[in-house]
Design a protein around this ligand. Structure first.
Ligand code: SF4
Ligand code: SF4
Length: 378
């Protein structure tokens, strides 16, 4: 059997038998790890950041609690241990259903890690109530500080909650966008978070700033500092230097999948954003609707089915990346080589170099490696 990916055909393997959702911790331990990025389209938020890439004010909420619960059930039926990252596309602490799903997943023996991002504007009590019910040893949180959108008092509340979350054992990190005029703030945040034992992980600024395109326009001095703000050399190379991943072995479609809110499965998120081919460019001159239809067909051809209705069929081995950029931190970790040089963790976004493991684990006490090569098992 072959996968319809638009790539050279690759062998795919149907699971021998559907593993029951209920499984003992001992039985779960022998299963290979599958990394899952799952977008939820819960487009509701407590902030209105002008730079919001989720554009939650402009997009309809496409979150259905019943479908969400069914997808959780289906994920737990798969013959894998799971490291899941939820892309909420809004604010998780506005959704009791998503919090409930995270709590349930965190207690399941097949789940190694369940992480999500949040603006951490929920009250101390609300966050504490969630942590009381979750298995914090499996939870990861990426808390983005939107300091230009909140008051100083709110920012202090943010840091107070970060400290509380850290003390509960969650693998929490603070995210930020490395806007060219915010380097002073990044220095201060990194120092403050280092003192708490919490990683600070910036993303590159992507787009025009004062009419100049970034990340291309970062100066060499900016770049020297960005290496530490981006957390690892690998992220710096991919997100700031924009290294071309084409042809490099990757876990996407093998031990990593991208799951849409409707259950559709792709190897990685880049399969949704294919650059136009020659047909589309030519079609544009004849009918403005045609390129979008061709695009939808091309994306459909890359789909690996729907988790709600189909057995998960994954490639037998890592495959070569067909794309020319990989600029999402949650995806860039899927590179095969990352697992050779870095420890992966229960928080999809957080990896750290094996060569500095002892030093980093001492500085950031909630950093713990996933079992070595757990994604290599068959
Ligand atoms: S907190 Fe995140 S989701 Fe909410 S408006 Fe800001 S960027 Fe968008
Ligand atoms: S390297 Fe990135 S873009 Fe390429 S297949 Fe892997 S996840 Fe997708």
């Amino acid at each position: 059997m072959t996968a319809q990916t638009g790539l050279a055909p690759v062998a795919i393997r149907a699971p021998q038998a559907r593993a029951a959702a209920e499984v003992t911790p001992e039985a779960a331990k022998v299963l290979p790890v599958l990394f899952v990025r799952w977008q939820l389209q819960f487009t509701k938020c407590s902030l209105q950041c002008p730079y919001c890439i989720a554009e939650w004010t402009k997009r309809p909420v496409d979150f259905r609690p019943d479908r969400f619960r069914r997808i959780v059930d289906r994920l737990l039926e798969q013959p894998y241990r799971l490291v899941i990252r939820l892309g909420v596309e809004g604010e998780i602490f506005l959704s009791p259903e998503i919090q409930e799903g995270v709590i349930r997943l965190s207690h399941h023996p097949k789940v190694e890690g369940i992480s999500f991002s949040t603006n951490m504007m929920a009250s101390d009590d609300k966050v504490a109530a969630f942590l009381d019910r979750a298995d914090c040893g499996k939870v990861g949180m990426g808390c983005t500080i939107h300091d230009t959108q909140i008051t100083e008092e709110q920012a202090e509340g943010f840091f107070r909650r970060i400290e509380m979350i850290q003390k509960r054992g969650v693998l929490v990190f603070v995210g930020y966008v490395a806007k060219p005029d915010r380097f002073d703030y990044m220095r201060r945040y990194k120092a403050r978070l280092d003192a708490l034992g919490v990683p600070f992980i910036s993303n590159e600024y992507n787009g025009a700033f004062e009419h100049v395109p970034y990340p291309e326009a970062y100066t060499s001095e900016d770049r020297r500092e960005l290496r530490q703000f981006l957390w690892t050399d690998h992220y710096y190379e991919m997100l700031v230097e924009r290294r071309n991943p084409k042809g490099k072995p990757c876990l996407a479609g093998h031990r990593y999948i991208y799951l849409g809110s409707d259950g559709k499965i792709l190897s990685c998120g880049n399969d949704r954003n294919l650059p136009w081919n020659l047909w589309q460019k030519a079609a544009w001159h004849l009918n403005k609707q045609w390129p979008a239809r061709i695009q939808a067909r091309r994306v459909r051809r890359r789909q690996l089915g729907n988790i709600l209705t189909d057995d998960l069929r994954l490639a037998d081995a890592p495959r070569r990346c067909p794309h020319t950029s990989c600029t999402c931190g949650n995806e860039a970790q899927a590179f095969f080589q990352v697992g050779e040089e870095y420890h992966r963790t229960r928080t999809l976004r957080v990896i750290y170099p094996k060569s500095r493991a002892a030093e980093l684990e001492a500085r950031y006490p909630n950093l713990k490696p996933l079992e070595e090569g757990a994604w290599k098992r068959s």
